[in-house]
Design a protein around this ligand. Structure first.
Ligand code: AMP
Length: 174
């Protein structure tokens, strides 16, 4: 079995969660497997390159779990991108459209400095709205987007098209 097949077997599909019609990709079996978890982190780090990244931005909440060890292994800092109202200091906000309604993502204004090389990490790329909002926030702070890395890409939803001109890497296309 290849690394990718092993990882794929550890994604649990939960039908109709959190809403009817959504096939939720549950990565907790993958996170609980020591080899799979380190493989995910290593493959993202190898793709973007150690020493090429100054900050890794993780998107709340599952993105944090993958982004933090990626930051550690890249020799980069970790910066949280959170839902509205959670960050304690001065923040930039960006609204984005979800399947039902709108959400807001925020980043601390001093989280990324102008010219810093930034990698954005999340668990799943679906429609791409979340990742595109994160790219917009980092760009507004003057960060240089080195790429977006995800564990899973839901290919049929075409989220990549919202990341025009951005290096995008996913481990599993589903
Ligand atoms: P989107 O903005 O549509 O690309 O949605 C991506 C965000 O929503 C990520 O932060 C994911 O954690 C979450 N998400 C969307 N769809 C799913 C899914 N089918 N399974 C798990 N997480 C999802």
């Amino acid at each position: 079995m290849t690394d990718t097949e092993r990882l794929r077997n550890l994604i649990r599909e939960i039908p109709d969660f959190p809403r009817p019609g959504v096939g939720f990709k549950d990565i907790t079996p993958l996170l609980a497997d020591p080899v799979a978890f380190s493989t995910v982190v290593d493959l993202i780090v190898v793709h973007f390159g150690r020493g090429n990244i100054d900050k890794v931005c993780g998107i709340e909440a599952r993105g944090f779990i993958v982004a933090a060890p990626v930051a550690y292994h890249c020799g980069a800092g970790f910066v949280p991108i959170r839902k509205a109202g959670k960050l304690p200091s001065e923040s930039e906000s960006e609204p984005y459209v979800l399947e039902y309604g709108e959400e807001i993502l925020e980043i601390h204004r001093d989280g990324v400095l102008p010219g810093e090389r930034v990698l954005i990490v999340d668990d799943v790329l679906a429609t791409g709205g979340t990742a595109a909002a994160a790219v917009e926030l980092v760009t507004r702070l003057g960060g240089k987007i080195e790429g977006v890395g995800c564990v899973i890409e839901l290919e049929d939803l075409g989220g990549r098209s919202k990341l025009d001109g951005v290096e995008f890497f996913s481990l599993l296309r589903m």
